[in-house]
Design a protein around this ligand. Structure first.
Ligand code: SAM
Length: 471
């Protein structure tokens, strides 16, 4: 029944295959010879199958876990260097007709304030985000065909891209909205979105149906097959994720990798990103009422294994996680983080962090400037780069850039130039000082002399007012 090439959710995410995988992983968790073989294969940087990665996840041998972490760290360095891409979520509307039992936007929640931003309010949010220094957003919305139809989302994207305030600009809008039709995906593509992100929540069909008891999201197959429709609609970059805490993490991990294998098998390109959200406290949601919460240690292990199982896929961690957890998993493979986030509708334009429409509690509440400085002090380059999709490097073209090893001549200078823009326009004095020193040091890591010289010239031009250079 299991068929990664099938377009039917029940066949490419086969429950039977996941159960057999977990049984196989249990049977081999102490088989050090096999674990070593899998780690050796992972060192080739071509990824692992869901079965192989599941054996590593089941293995509890501390020495072997250390080897996995070291390898994840090395792969992260080889593929992503020390760049960390920065983004912020923008909540458009919390009207929702679904009944997700873990989300405070569920339609039965009568005490959460409902709010949908007007285009005028979106402008204010975007100006506030631009004034922080953001260039890349992920828009978020509840599912509600009357209040938040696709036309509303499309208008909002247009508004967001149109705002040029001071030196600010939002150059990439990623979209996290409910599963929809091929036609609507086509419209999103035409609107110029970056990645289409949709979290699976859980790959366990029965649990999925219980966790989404009513509303359009109840349909497991329609939801699980969404990425195929998105790709049929012309969207090259799709982002997967599960909400850890809802179901057994080992089941989700195998399902997630099977989904990635399916996209690769059918469309010739795997997911652009994988997000790793964990369930959080929210308005009428108590995470302790769910049985499958995972420890920080298990969470770190999952992140490390995602890194080595799908080396070409970016990994995103949000402000759901605390500073200390983020520190640990950034090292193990995360390539994108949010900063200065507010998860309420209209939250950025207000001075104080509002809670009345918030989707979940934010653990990392630092400002973007603090996050940028913190990353740099750990030796990372915060990158506001959005060049790839604007240069048409999406889907398999992005993957071939990764595979050709040219990233260091492309993403690295782009990261430095966009960081320079941030430092010039938005950074505090202290952050600027740290950043300028970092840029000088990191220029030396551009391999091609010619590229390095262009980058130096562009950095000078940024100082005198020019913006938006890219390779
Ligand atoms: N409404 C869209 C959908 O249904 O896919 C997407 C937008 S929703 C605002 C984004 C994501 O937030 C959901 O996919 C879910 O995984 C996550 N989420 C919901 N409730 C959460 C909670 N209590 N803690 C952490 N994440 C949560």
């Amino acid at each position: 029944m299991y068929d990664p090439k099938s377009l039917k959710a029940d066949e490419f995410i086969s429950d039977e295959e996941i159960r057999e995988t977990l049984a196989y992983a249990d049977a081999h968790r102490d088989d050090i010879e096999l674990v070593d073989k899998i780690i050796e294969k992972a060192k080739l940087r071509k990824g692992l199958s869901h079965r192989e990665a599941s054996v590593l996840l089941a293995c509890e041998n501390e020495d072997k876990i250390k080897e996995m972490y070291d390898l994840a760290e090395q792969i992260k360095k080889d593929f992503y260097g020390n760049r960390i891409v920065i983004f912020a979520p923008l909540y458009l509307s919390n009207y929702c007709v679904n009944s997700c039992v873990y989300c405070p936007y569920h339609c039965k929640n009568k005490h959460i304030a409902r709010k949908k931003l007007t285009q005028e309010e979106i402008k204010k949010e975007v100006i506030a985000l631009q004034d922080m220094g953001h260039k890349r957003l992920a828009i978020e919305s509840g599912e509600d065909p009357v209040n938040n139809p696709i036309e509303y989302i499309l208008d909002s994207i247009k508004t967001i891209y149109s705002i040029k305030h001071k030196n600010g600009a939002i150059r990439r809008v990623n979209v996290n909205i409910a599963a929809t039709t091929v036609e609507n995906y086509r419209k999103l593509k035409e609107a110029g979105i970056g990645t289409y992100i949709l979290f699976q929540e859980t790959y366990h069909k029965k649990s999925y149906e219980q966790l989404h008891p009513a509303g359009p999201k109840h349909d497991y197959c329609y939801h699980t097959e969404a990425m195929d429709r998105a790709m049929e609609g012309g969207i090259d970059d799709v982002g997967l994720g599960v909400l850890f805490g809802l179901e057994m993490y080992r089941y989700e991990f195998a399902g997630l990798l099977m989904h990635a294998e399916h996209l690769e098998a059918v469309h010739g390109v795997g997911p652009h990103t994988i997000s790793v959200p964990r369930l959080k406290r929210a308005d009428d949601i108590d995470p302790d009422e769910f049985d499958n919460g995972i420890s920080d240690e298990t969470f770190a292990k999952i992140c490390a294994l995602i890194r080595i199982a799908v080396p070409y896929t970016g990994m995103i961690v949000s402000t759901r996680e605390s500073q200390s957890v983020r520190e640990k998993i950034i090292r193990l493979g995360v390539s994108q983080v949010s900063g200065g986030s507010r998860t309420s509708v209209g939250g950025y334009a207000q001075d104080e962090r509002p809670h009345d429409t918030e989707q979940f509690d934010v653990s990392d509440q630092r400002t973007l400037d603090d996050v940028v400085k913190w990353l740099m002090e750990m030796g990372y380059i915060p990158s506001f780069c959005t060049a790839c999709y604007r240069e048409g490097r999406t889907g398999d073209r992005f993957m071939s850039l990764c595979k050709s090893g040219q990233i260091q001549n492309c993403c690295h200078p782009n990261a430095l130039m966009t960081l320079k823009e941030y430092l010039m326009d938005y950074a505090s004095e202290e952050t600027k000082k740290v950043g300028e020193a970092l840029i000088i040091k990191e220029l030396e890591n551009i391999p091609k002399e010619k590229v390095k010289q262009i980058c130096i010239d562009n950095l000078k031009a940024i100082e005198t007012g020019s913006r938006d250079f890219r390779f």
